[in-house]
Design a binder for this molecule. Sequence first.
Ligand code: HEM
Length: 413
Amino acid sequence: MDPEVFFSLLLLIPFFYLYFKRIFSKNPPLPPGPFAWPIVGNFFQMGRQLHYILANLARIHGPLMSLRFGKQITIIASSPDAAREVLKTHDRDLSGRYIANAVPLINPKLNFAFGASPECNDYWRGLRVICKSDLFSAKVLESQNHIREKKVSELVVFLGSKEGEVVNLGETVYVTFSNILSNAIFSVDFFDFVDKGIGKDLRKLIVEIVELRMIPDLSDFYPILTRLDFQELMRNQDVLHKLRDELKREIGKEMVKESHLAHLPYLEACVKETLRLYPPGPLLLPRRALQTCQVMGYTIPKDSKILVNMWAIGRDPSIFNDPLRFKPERFLDSSLDFKGTNFAYTPFGAGRRVCPGQPLATKQVPLILASLVHSFDWFLSGGMKSTELDMNDHFAITLKKKQPLQLIPKGRK
Ligand code: HEM
């Protein structure tokens, strides 16, 4: 045989192998997805706005979709049914954490970080028990409400001293969130408002890690919280007024306390609506298939990376009426909560790897938001109008605003 023909046939062998393997395999196929090029796979279809790109692809390929990047298969769930299959029905098989290969190379210790624990092993289980019983149980949180109230009143005093000046709200609130946690665990402030606290270097490290798109450690979740700002409230002045009315009615001129929160349904609805439109983890945290399993009639091979596009689900018009509008009222008569049992709304994830910090987050986020709205009038810097606010996102592990919210506080009488 002519050597050229021989070598051409030799090159075709891998393609025939893959073709026949697929035809004769007893397993159902992979979930559908866009055409993947040899070696690079779907790499060139991706981009910085991953949550957005994946939502568009899911419209074409369906709620359970597969992508390829070299050897790596990535599965994306983009509907409540698909999310339920991943987070509940197949929770055990899909409960690994996907760790990018670069992570242990940059810092091997990161592989042992809590959220990055590759499997639900004894080490991980021990940390979850500490979270559940020693850090975030209802009893412990109740016993620490004075810490949260004190830290929030320090925030209010600091902002009062900045009256008339431009403040980066995310950065400032970050200090309060961090100190609430550091005081609960170590009885000490990690940060101060002028960036000279003992945690100054830790803060830089956290930002670097998040920017590198690594799996975050427990403390890396602080930045998530700072993005829960009230940008939408500034754009929707009618919502802001309704919230103020509720606070005035229930609290009068007092400082907001945690005991008030149960009587502030509109505040709770505002927090829920913010997390629907801007879930800080738009694709939750990447999971990994611990073994091959079959989901919705498709095969998910072992070691696939699994993403749940909570951002897309929160903006699906078949689930939420007028989904792009910031309308807290939709949560007033709704049974949707943060428990992770309704897969149309699970900003804290669900199943074994559900966010352990949720009980703390759902106390401190409304407390801070209410205090900021109740204690100050807020003005945009440079005479900007609220309709001119840049609402674009920047996606690392967490969803951030591309332009941080810069506001000028003025104390309310
Ligand atoms: C608004 C605030 C927060 C949001 C929206 C949020 C969201 C999430 C999400 C979506 C996950 C992944 C869940 C999954 O894979 O199903 C997660 C995991 C996690 N969160 Fe949060 N989180 C918040 C606050 C916190 C806080 C305050 C802490 C701790 C102080 C925390 C600690 C963690 C940890 C350690 C994990 C990894 C759990 C594991 O892999 O077992 N989070 N969070």
